[in-house]
Design a protein around this ligand. Structure first.
Ligand code: AMP
Ligand code: TRP
Length: 335
């Protein structure tokens, strides 16, 4: 039995990109043998400023959404990161293992910091070290993520290797990303070369998992496309990122292959294709939004689920991180 760990930031509303790239896999992985640990990474969230009341609300919303997508708290461990101190403790050790040069190469930091490098928080810079700690605190070996996180997974392996090497141990195992290829990256509805993101200023660029049927249909109707008709083969879409993206989404939510969809819509314009896509999307996404609102109506129950998850998570990560602290040379603290 392997252990699976993944995390999502409780900021903004999860998009179809989060769902198809990550959350759907989280749900599927529960069917297997492996132990699944899913974390709302609030420590990561505050690397950019969050209004406290909004952070609280979004943590509840993300928990409700995960439950609505089908995460089963009896089967998987679901909790918020700040509730388990092992993350921050191992994160600090990793801050002292990782090298500035390694972090300087992280493309996500470069993207997020932009021209403002001097003004971003230092937390944003060391964020990948904390992500490595999240995973290694559980000796997890499989990490389901979208492909934008691959560089961080490699870094987590480099950190573990250096820790093992520096202290002459083989304590932290290698980790493997788990990626579903077809929808590894869902792109913006306004620009097929940019990933769909919950932080994009334009709400029209994304499907939010809480959008209602009208909203979903209207966003798909207005989604950017090109004037050419749909081709009868995938290769012909190579230079048409918007069309490729919509086709990928359609295949993912309908369960039909991209080839089969092209065979059905080839030669036509985007009108009928978009109507069918909107219908498939609404059928898939709207029930999740509705269940999310139902879970959100009972905060006491969400608290209970998250606290129970944190208790189980701490039971695994506590002893592992304590061992790491002994390896580093820290004296034991209070029992
Ligand atoms: P974030 O929204 O950055 O907190 O990402 C949470 C998870 O969703 C990560 O595993 C990401 O790789 C995944 N993800 C975010 N946006 C997309 C996207 N547009 N396509 C595919 N996966 C995504
Ligand atoms: N950095 C990830 C993201 O932005 C979220 C994350 C934090 C994560 N810790 C993790 C993902 C550990 C997988 C494993 O999407």
């Amino acid at each position: 039995m392997a252990r699976i760990f993944s995390g999502i930031q409780p900021t903004g509303i999860a998009t179809l990109g989060n769902y198809l790239g990550a959350l759907r896999n989280w749900v599927e992985l529960q069917q297997g043998e492996d132990e699944c640990i899913y974390c709302l990474v609030d420590l990561h969230a505050i690397t950019t400023f969050q209004e406290p009341a909004a952070l609280r609300e979004q943590t509840y919303t993300m928990a409700a959404l995960l439950l609505a997508c089908g995460i089963k708290p009896e089967r998987s461990i679901l909790f918020h990161q700040s509730a388990v101190s092992a993350h921050a403790r191992l994160g600090w050790i990793f801050n002292c293992v990782a090298r500035m040069g390694w972090l300087n190469r992280m493309t996500q930091f470069k993207d997020k910091a932009g021209k403002d490098r001097e003004a971003v928080s230092t937390g944003l810079f060391v964020y990948p070290n904390l992500m490595a700690a999240d995973i290694h605190a559980y000796h997890a070996t499989k990490v389901p993520v979208g492909d934008d996180q691959l560089q961080h997974i490699e870094l987590a392996n480099d950190i573990a290797e250096k820790f093992n090497h520096d202290f002459g141990v083989s304590f932290f195992p290698r980790i493997e990303p788990v990626i579903l290829k077809e929808t590894a990256r869902v792109m913006s509805l306004r620009d097929g070369t940019k990933k769909m993101s919950k932080s994009d200023p334009s709400d029209q660029s994304r499907i939010n998992m809480t959008d209602d049927a009208d909203m979903i249909s209207s966003k798909i109707r207005k989604a950017k496309t090109d004037p050419e008709p749909l081709p009868d083969n995938l290769a012909a879409l190579a230079e048409r990122p918007e069309a490729r993206n919509l086709l990928g989404i359609f295949a993912a939510v309908s369960g039909e292959s991209q080839e089969a969809l092209l065979a059905r819509f080839a030669g036509g314009g985007f009108g009928p294709f978009k109507s069918a896509l909107a219908e498939a999307l609404v059928a898939h996404v709207e029930p999740i939004g509705r269940r999310t609102r139902e879970y959100l109506a009972d905060k006491a129950e969400l608290d209970r689920i998250l606290r129970e998850g944190a208790r189980r998570a701490a039971g695994i990560a506590g002893p592992i991180v304590e061992k790491a602290e002994r390896i580093v040379g820290f004296l034991p603290g209070a029992a």
